[in-house]
Design a protein around this ligand. Structure first.
Ligand code: SF4
Length: 516
């Protein structure tokens, strides 16, 4: 009989043998696992399926779930329970709905920052005194643990990922209605310690990674534009100090990492008004690409998303061009199906997207996610609409949520709302039109020839654009986990990227060996 083993499982609908991004939580929770035990076994189901035959009674299985991947997560839960394991479920979905995993027979749930309480939960499970709930709350930035990247090599995962994820700041000061970040992580951004970040980046650099993703909720929580529109004097002071600390961190990072690796991240468009910040991002942090939430090119759309501070129409086009002129290329995210959208506004947004010259764009179909203001209000609207009480309040939204617990539907439709101005078919058609037009070969080629790089890189860009469309069309990069199947083209793309990845890692290791 062997000693108890901890498994950490990142569930996925589709298993393809590799993934673009490392699921950071796996490596952070591994760091929070008591060192007196053997290393936890990491299972990322986009790489390999969870194999219950490896589990025996007394083992501990930790599963991290989001709304997109909770369904395969519950399959893992049931399989692990059948083997007699203790199952502990955490992640953003468990934080929002802690009762749901418990109702699926989980032994305990971890809510909030799991790294704060995971060690206690494991020790309690081993000592047979597990309680139902462990709340990690919101850890301060200095307590957020570095990830255990050594497990990438130890568990033969190094060549399965293209981009490792490093976090520098948690939380976002905004309050967009379709986003759950500020609800779960708070509006006071917490900065991680520079030492911990530098240590991680140097470790990844030594492993041969050539690009990293700063997986921050909002890389730029306090730029000049953001500070200028802050109404509260005390909050403005806090943001000013935050901006200074960010810039100091950028400088220190550039001084201390062995090499500033090219990176990409996600941020707000207001950074365009802050040249000093943009230059520091580019020069000190190596940021070469960023996902920017454009959401809509119309004022009405931005109002419905509570993001009126984003520029509208041509102004946003200019902002995107300004950011790209600093050498930071934009992946713009535009939501199709906000309450005020019509087929005409979506067609107009498509034109704005093309004229902005942003390198990549995604057009996710609108869906209200749990934890957001939209979701909470639309659930309340469902009750109001079905109420026979004449004094019941009028619904807040013209958009109707059709399925309250849509994440539990095996074949959940892409459109889960009844839109006030478009049928499901019209919405899907308009969305598909955006993807088709933006990623038509003609448009991709136009963007490629404008790139200030060699022809080799232009062709790589064309290949990457076609791959991006094949992988993410209809859903967008942040909702990747929702894909339940992958067609031939996405699979070939991933395989091709996998080969490139293995080759580039080998080259990098050779170079490092020559240098030393
Ligand atoms: S969408 Fe972006 S800017 Fe808005 S709250 Fe979420 S992270 Fe912040």
């Amino acid at each position: 009989m062997r000693e108890p083993q901890v498994f950490l499982v990142n569930p996925a609908h589709a298993t393809v043998g590799m993934s673009f991004l490392t699921p950071r939580w796996l490596f952070v929770i591994a760091a929070a696992t008591p060192r007196s035990l053997r290393d936890p076994i990491l299972v990322d189901e986009s790489i390999e399926k969870f194999d219950p035959s490896r589990v025996i009674a007394g083992d501990i299985v930790g599963i991290g779930i989001t709304t997109d991947n909770c369904l395969p997560g519950y399959d893992v839960l049931r399989a692990a329970k059948r083997k007699g394991a203790t199952v502990i479920v955490g992640g953003i979905h468990a934080t929002i709905f802690p009762e749901e995993p418990l109702s699926m027979e989980a032994d305990a749930v971890v809510t909030g920052n799991g790294e704060a309480v995971w060690g206690d939960a494991v020790r309690d499970a081993l000592n047979k005194r597990l309680v139902r709930r462990y709340d990690g709350g919101r850890e301060s930035g200095d307590k957020l643990l570095p990830a255990r990247w050594d497990l990438l090599a130890k568990q033969r995962l190094r060549n399965r990922y293209l981009f490792p994820t490093v976090q520098t700041v948690v939380g976002c000061p905004e309050n967009c209605t379709f986003c759950s970040v500020w609800v779960t992580e708070g509006r006071n951004p917490r900065l991680r310690l520079t030492d911990a970040i530098v240590q991680e980046v140097n470790e990844l650099n030594a492993m041969g990674f050539q690009t990293i993703m700063f997986a921050d909720d909002n890389f730029n929580p306090a730029t000049l534009g953001r500070i200028a529109r802050e109404g509260s004097p005390s909050r403005r002071e806090g943001l000013e100090s935050l901006r200074e600390r960010r810039l100091e961190f950028f400088r220190e990072y550039a001084r201390r990492v062995h090499r500033v690796i090219p990176s990409f991240t996600q941020m707000t468009s207001e950074v365009a008004e802050d040249d000093e910040y943009l230059a520091a991002m580019h020069d000190d942090m190596g940021v070469r690409g960023a996902l920017i939430g454009i959401e809509s090119f119309t004022l009405e759309g931005l109002k419905s998303a509570r993001k009126m501070w984003n520029p509208v129409g041509d102004q946003m086009v200019n902002v995107i061009r300004a950011i790209q002129s600093h050498g930071i290329y934009v992946l713009g995210s535009i939501i199709c199906g906000l309450e005020t959208d019509t087929p005409e506004t979506i067609a107009a947004m498509q034109e704005f997207a093309k004229s902005s010259t942003m390198l990549f764009a995604q057009f996710p179909v609108y869906r209200p996610f749990p934890g957001t203001v939209d979701f909470r209000e639309m659930v309340a609207d469902r009750e109001r609409r079905s109420s026979s009480n004449p004094l019941s309040l009028a619904p807040k939204h013209a958009t109707e949520l059709l399925y309250e617990k849509y994440w539990l539907h095996n074949r959940c439709p892409r459109v889960i709302v009844k839109h006030p101005h478009m049928t499901e078919q019209e919405l899907l058609h308009a969305d598909q039109g955006c993807w088709n037009e933006f990623y038509s070969f003609r448009e991709i080629w136009k963007r490629a020839v404008q790139l200030p790089c060699s022809w080799t890189w232009k062709f790589i860009f064309v290949f990457a654009s076609l791959g991006f469309r094949a992988l993410y069309a209809g859903r967008g990069i942040s909702a990747d986990g929702a894909r339940t199947t992958l067609g031939l083209m996405p699979r070939l793309t991933l395989k091709g990227v996998g080969q490139l990845l293995a080759f580039s890692s080998l080259q990098r290791k050779r170079k490092l060996a020559q240098v030393s």
